[in-house]
Every structure is written in C-alpha cells, then in structure tokens.
Design a protein around this ligand. Structure first.
Ligand code: 5GP
Length: 191
C-alpha cells in the first residue's frame, strides 16, 4: 500500500474548501484508507477548540512565537484568517516528501496560492458544498462557535468559494464516501 518502495519522492497535495464544507470528515476517511498520506500539522495562533490537542490538531502558538518562526523562515507558507495566523511548518513536509510519502496540507486559499506560485509540482484540490444553503446549514449546525464567529466564517467562505477555480480539481462533497473516493481517483487513479 505504501508508495515508498516504487517512488523515491512523495507528492505535495493541497486541500482547501470553505469552513463548514466537511473537509475534516472527508480528510479523516481519506487518511484512514491511505496510510501513505502524511497530514501536515499546522501551527496557529487561534485558541484550541474543545477536544483539540497541541501537536495533534495544531501546534498552538502565541503571536510572538508564530512571528518568531516566520522571521526564522520556518514556515513553508502562512496566512491570516479570521484574525489569527495559520501556517505550515516547513521541516516535516520536506522530510516526509523525501521519505516518499504524499504530504497533504489542509490550508486556506491565501496560503495555497502562495505555494502554488512557487511550486508547480503540487496537486491542488478544492472541496465544494452541494449548495450555498447546505454550507450554511452545516456551519450553523456545528455549534462550536457563537453567531458572530459563524457570520465571519460565512463571509470568509464566500471569498474562499470565489477562488475554487484556481485549483486543479474541484470536488463536490455530496457524501463523505463519494468525496473521499473522488480524491483517491485524482491521486491514485480509479483502481
Ligand atoms: P480552523 O480554525 O477551522 O481550524 O481553520 C480555519 C482555516 O485555516 C481553514 O480553512 C484551514 O484550512 C486553514 N488552515 C489550517 N492550517 C493552515 C495552514 O497551515 N496554513 C494556511 N494558510 N491555512 C491553514
């Protein structure tokens, strides 16, 4: 199942999509079926949500810590989103690519654009909701945030959706199974 044996280098995969589109659930299924994919753990200055663990979901940093990492050139990319920094620590990504694993970055569109502009070898995938109504329903139904935060995320999602065309592949998340399978088809063909 692993690619390491027949491929010396892994591929860099960018996965984006608006908040509430169900990226996390699709990603979990994809990763459970594809151990050759390494999910990069991002750094962020936002507060952990209930159940989130440092070093697992994110590396939770202060603004000072994050800015120090930017200054040292430790971030492959970073962006501001909803008033917080989010970024991809560079070291692990290269290490895993060199080891032949496919590395997946689940990142927002500004950071994705930065990487796409400097690396032409990335595979970029954007996950779309079946409809705007469904996206709003899922976002409100999540109940992890207050109304003001949800409104901000809806505004951000409109911006994110406007960038879907910059990605090589657009996949509609009708169901988790179908979306994960379509991503697998993009990455590994329809076997
Ligand atoms: P959340 O706060 O819901 O975990 O993430 C908010 C947004 O930040 C999502 O769109 C997610 O894809 C994006 N994000 C997470 N990690 C990174 C990262 O390392 N870099 C960038 N540019 N965006 C990220």
């Amino acid at each position: 199942m692993t690619k390491a044996a027949d491929s010396p280098k892994g591929r860099l995969i960018i996965l984006s999509g608006p908040s509430g589109v169900g990226k996390g659930t699709v990603l979990n299924l994809l990763l459970s079926r594809n151990p050759q994919i390494f999910p990069s753990v991002s750094a962020t200055t936002r507060q952990p949500r209930d159940g989130e663990k440092d070093g697992v979901n994110y590396y939770f940093l202060s603004r000072e810590e994050f800015e120090a990492k930017i200054a040292k050139g430790d971030m492959l990319e970073y962006a501001s989103y909803n008033g917080n920094y989010y970024g991809t620590p560079a070291d692990k990504v290269q290490e895993k690519l060199d080891a032949g694993m496919d590395v997946l970055l689940e990142i927002e569109v500004q950071g994705a654009q930065k990487i796409m502009s400097v690396r032409k070898d990335v595979i970029s995938i954007f996950i779309l909701p079946p409809s705007q109504e469904e996206l709003e329903r899922r976002l409100v139904g999540r109940k992890t945030e207050d109304e003001a935060a949800i409104r901000k995320r809806l505004e951000a999602s409109a911006f994110e959706l406007s960038k879907a065309g910059l990605y090589q592949y657009q996949i509609v998340n009708h169901t988790v199974e179908q979306a994960a399978s379509e991503i697998e088809a993009v990455l590994y063909g329809n076997s």
